[in-house]
Design a protein around this ligand. Sequence first.
Ligand code: FAD
Length: 485
Amino acid sequence: MPVEARGKSIGALIHRREIDPESNFSFGEGGAGTWSDGKLTTRIGRNSGPVRFVLETLVKYGAPEKILVEGSPHLGTDNLVRLLRNMRADLRSMGGEIHFGARADKFIIKDGTIEGVGAACTPVRERARANDSEELGDPTPGLEPTKVFRGDAVVLATGHSARDVYYELHNLGVKLEAKGFAVGFRVEHPQPLINEIQYGKDWGGRVITGRLSTDSANAEHFAKDAKHYVSHEGTLPVASYRLATNEAFDGISNRGAYSFCQCPGGQIVPSSTEDGELCINGMSFSKRDSMWANSALVVTVSPNDAILEPWSAHGCLAGMEFQRDMERKAFMLEGGDMSAPVQRLTDFVDRKLSQCVPSSSYRLGVKSAECHDIYPEPLYNALRNAIVTHFDKQMPGFLCDEALLHGVETRTSSPVRVLRDSTTLQAIGVDNLFPSGEGAGFAGGIVSAAVDGLLVADAIKAKFFAHNNETKLFDGNFASVGYEY
Ligand SMILES: Cc1cc2nc3c(=O)[nH]c(=O)nc-3n(C[C@H](O)[C@H](O)[C@H](O)COP(=O)(O)OP(=O)(O)OC[C@H]3O[C@@H](n4cnc5c(N)ncnc54)[C@H](O)[C@@H]3O)c2cc1C
C-alpha cells in the first residue's frame, strides 16, 4: 500500500486494534524502515562506495544533507514518508510501474528458471478514501484478483516478516538455510534518566528537544540538583546508548546479548503482521522529542540451538516457527487485545510480577505480566545475566525501577537465508531469481538492505546488459550478517 494509505492502516491498528496483514508497521510502501527511527547507521563500512551512494541518494530525494557527515545519522518517520513520495514520483516519471495492492504468492519456476510471479491483487481504491486515490493517481484501477507478472528477472526482497513466502519457496524446493537471530524484549526508560546516566547531573539538564512537555520533564528531573546544570551553557541532543556482551551466561554456556535499535525520544510500536501474534519494535520522529528512550534487549539464538529442539520438525524454518510461537504467547498473555505484556526491569531480574507499572509510550496499552516466563529458560538466564552483570555495570543506573520491559521483540533479523551464488547473486538452483535484502538473509537494517539491492541491480545488469558494455558499479562483499544497525 502507498504510504498515505499505510498511515491510515496504522491509525486503525493504534486506535481500533485492527491489523491489516498487508499494510502495517512492517508491510507497505517503503517496507519496515518507514515507520521507524530511520537510523542510518550500519556496520558494513560507513564510508564504503555503496553506503555513500545510498546516503547521497536519500539526500537527492530530500533527506537533510547532515546525514552525509553525522556519525550516527537518522531520519525519523516524518522524513521517510516524504522521501518515499518523492521516490515514487521519480520512478513513475522514468516509466516505472508500481502495482500497489499486489501480493506475490506464486513463483513460476520452469526447468530451474523463474519466469515470473503470480500475485493476489486488491485494487487500492477499495481501501483508500476516494480523494486519496486521486492524489495518489491510483496506478492499478480494476486489477484482476490474481495477476501474473512475467519478466526476465525476479528480485525477491519481501523482508523477514513474509513468512508465507518462505513456505512457498520451501515447498518449491528453493534452497533455504537456518541462520542465527536474536530475540528478547524492548526496554523503556524515561528519557531524562538516560540523559542523566549518559551526560551526568551537570549536563543532562541541557538536553533540549524543542517540545515543551518533554523539555519541562527533563528540566524538572534535573531541578532536584539545580546547582549543577545552571552553570553550563549550550544544548545537547537527547542521549542514546549501546550495550553489548559476549558473556551472557545462560546456565550452561555464554551467549551474545545486546541492546539493539535504540530509539532516543521515541515510542514503542506493534510490528505484528498477523492477527493473533504480538511483536514490538521502536520508532521516532526526526526531532526525537518524546519523553521516553526505548531499545531492544536481545539474546542470540544460533541456527542449531538446543532451545529450538521442540520446533525441529520445521527443519530450516524452526527459528521462524519459534519466533511465531513466542509472539502468540505474548499475544495471549494479555488477553489478545494487542496490549503489551510488561514488567519492571528490577522485577524481571527478581522473577516477580510487577504490582504496578510506570507509564509507557506504547499506545495500545500495557498490562503487568510474568515476562520472565515467556522464553525458554536459557534465554531468560542469559538476558538476566547480561542485565545484572554487564549492562548495569556498563551504564550504572540502567537497571532501575523506572525501566519497563515490554514483550516481545522477536524480529531483529531473518531466521532464514535464501541461498544464492556469491558471484551471480542468483538463488542456488533457480536462474534469474535474485534473493535480496533482510528477508533473504543478506542485510540487517535500512542501509545494508539498500546496499544489497544495489549489488543485486549490478548483478542483473551484468547478466542481461553485458552486451551494452554496462559495467558494475561496485565490487566487493558487502553482505551483512544481520542485526547490525
Ligand atoms: C519499527 C521498526 C523500526 C526499525 N528501525 C530501524 C532503524 O532505525 N534503522 C535501520 O537501519 N533499520 C530499522 N529497522 C529495520 C529495517 O526496517 C529493515 O532492516 C529494512 O527495512 C529491511 O529492508 P528490506 O527491503 O530487506 O525489507 P522490508 O523493509 O521488510 O520490505 C519488504 C517489503 O516487501 C513487501 N512484501 C512482503 N511480502 C510481499 C509479497 N508477498 N508480495 C509483495 N510484496 C511483499 C512488504 O510490504 C515490504 O514493503 C526497523 C524495523 C522496524 C519494524
